[in-house]
Design a protein around this ligand. Structure first.
Ligand SMILES: *[C@@H]1O[C@H](CO)[C@@H](O)[C@H](O)[C@H]1NC(C)=O
Ligand SMILES: *[C@@H]1O[C@H](CO)[C@@H](O)[C@H](O)[C@H]1NC(C)=O
Ligand SMILES: *[C@@H]1O[C@H](CO)[C@@H](O)[C@H](O)[C@H]1NC(C)=O
Ligand SMILES: *[C@@H]1O[C@H](CO)[C@@H](O)[C@H](O)[C@H]1NC(C)=O
Ligand SMILES: *[C@@H]1O[C@H](CO)[C@@H](O)[C@H](O)[C@H]1NC(C)=O
Length: 443
């Protein structure tokens, strides 16, 4: 019996005790407690306008992540905390509210007026519900309501690739009012901290160089609709393209002039270079949508392709100039072989002696041979054997003043080749300098 009385007293203490210590913390709040006394007077479809001025909703955005920038679909993904703050003077404060703010049930928003903002350029919005739905609502002492929500957005971003890969893209995050014109509601950035962007955002190909907030209020036929936007300025890093596109392409074009005398090597290299270039070109825009305009990288690649093609053509021209001579008895249409045959020189003996005795200032032996033949000067090392009349073409290389037609053609061909070997690399260097000078400001 005593025990029972004791437990009843204890029970009474437990239920009455706290109410004496801090009533406002313990009384559970119902939605009706914050509605005005006359529930009918609260119209949740009407914004809380005070003296006819439009309701101001303050925005704050914290960007926690930017990723998955996709050029093909022109979209990117963002992880944000999105906070909206507005003052609803019609609400009643819970009694004896001593703390700065109080957490409210988010479900009550369905029965209250709330800003009808939507993400204008969003393709999809993911609201996370783990471990609990990621949003909350606070009621401040001055009847201000804060609604905060964490979202993952897939946003569209119009991109222009005219100067790709030197481009800078501006990607936006726009929030507009769905049904309230500026007469009823306006959005404004939080005066203290409108936007916070995580400093550690790392993107594989682009660098976040700037972020700012702006107003994008739109005029429609139905009226003006308030809109706010966050702008991310993303600049493409050139490193990837420098090492995967520009340097290899230049090397391919340069390699073409390394050994102009060797016909098989030259033709093979030319064709291989053309193929490699087209592979490089395809690779350089694997991640891009097939745009119809000319991009900077296209221009560069096209010029490189033209260079390799022209080098092949130049070789053809040299061959055509040489080509009218009677076909050689043996071997392919090698210019060097023709040279030797015409002068009736033994290639082996010539090569051997010259290579063993390389004291001529490092000038390649074949070039020296060309020089000596062009000028028709007496051979410095190997004296030209006395002209022996062949069965076919009679030649008189010993005559210093008169050149046979074959020799004139040879001379012309060699001149074309020699000129090209200087002119093409020179032109390529000039064009390269022009290209990089043009895009210097975008680096
Ligand atoms: C609120 O506080 C006042 C005194 O400040 C007190 O008289 C009243 O009973 C309290 N109301 C509630 C519901 O606790
Ligand atoms: C965003 O902009 C602010 C102010 O312009 C700047 O201080 C901040 O460093 C920027 N953040 C990033 C990640 O660029
Ligand atoms: C909409 O905005 C334009 C200027 O941006 C202004 O001239 C016009 O009066 C506005 N209309 C309304 C209905 O507020
Ligand atoms: C180089 O040529 C000179 C004559 O021009 C000759 O005397 C010498 O033996 C040659 N040297 C070699 C390594 O063949
Ligand atoms: C080339 O020279 C060799 C001797 O070195 C001679 O037997 C041959 O007939 C010559 N051929 C021509 C086409 O002059």
């Amino acid at each position: 019996m005593i025990q029972r009385i004791f437990s009843i007293v204890l029970w009474l203490l437990i239920i009455t005790g706290p109410s004496e210590i801090g009533a406002e913390h313990q009384t559970s709040l119902t939605f009706n407690d914050i509605l005005p006394e006359d529930h009918k007077s609260y119209d949740k479809m009407r914004p809380p306008k005070k003296e006819g001025t439009p309701t101001t909703v303050f925005f704050h955005v914290t960007v926690m992540g930017l990723d998955s920038i996709d050029e093909t679909s022109m979209t990117y993904a963002a992880d944000i905390f999105f906070a909206q703050t507005w003052k609803d003077h019609r609400l009643r404060l819970p009694e004896n509210m001593t703390s700065e703010y109080r957490l409210l049930e988010v479900d009550w928003l369905k029965h209250m007026w709330r800003p009808d903002s939507f993400f204008k350029n969003a393709k999809s919005v993911t609201f996370q519900t783990m471990t609990i739905p990621n949003h909350y609502m606070w009621l401040y002492k001055d009847k201000t309501i804060l609604y905060m929500v964490k979202l993952t957005l897939r946003l569209s971003c119009a991109m222009n690739f005219v100067i790709y890969p030197h481009d800078t893209q501006e990607c936006k995050l726009q929030m507009e009012s769905l049904s309230h014109t500026t007469d009823d509601m306006i959005f404004q950035w939080d005066p203290d901290v409108p936007l916070v962007v995580d400093e550690n955002i790392e993107l594989p190909q682009l660098a976040l160089v700037k972020n700012y907030t702006a107003d994008c209020t739109q005029v429609y036929s139905t009226g003006n609709f308030t809109c706010l936007e966050v702008v991310f300025v993303l600049k493409r890093r050139l490193g990837y393209y420098l090492f995967h596109t520009y340097v290899p392409t230049c090397l391919i074009v340069i390699i073409f002039w390394i050994k102009p005398e060797a016909a098989p090597a030259r033709v093979t290299l030319g064709v291989t270079s053309l193929l490699t270039l087209s592979t490089q070109h395809a690779k350089s825009q694997a991640s891009l949508p097939p745009v119809s305009y000319l991009k900077a990288v296209d221009a560069f690649m096209s010029v490189c392709t033209i260079f390799v093609f022209m080098a092949l053509m130049e070789y053809c021209l040299v061959n055509i100039v040489l080509g009218d001579t009677p076909p050689p008895k043996t071997g392919g249409p090698n210019k060097d072989d023709k040279m030797y045959e015409r002068n009736n020189l033994s290639r082996n003996s010539f090569t051997k002696r010259e290579r063993d005795n390389s004291t001529d200032g490092g000038v390649p032996w074949i070039q020296r041979q060309e020089n000596s033949m062009l000028l028709n000067a007496p051979q410095p090392v190997v004296p030209v054997p006395p002209p022996v009349t062949a069965a076919g073409a009679p030649e008189k290389p010993a005559d210093p003043t008169k050149l046979t037609p074959a020799q004139i053609r040879l001379r012309r061909a060699i001149n074309i080749d020699r000129f090209s070997r200087v002119f093409f690399p020179f032109l390529f260097t000039v064009l390269n300098c022009a290209y990089w000078y043009m895009f210097y400001e975008y680096l």
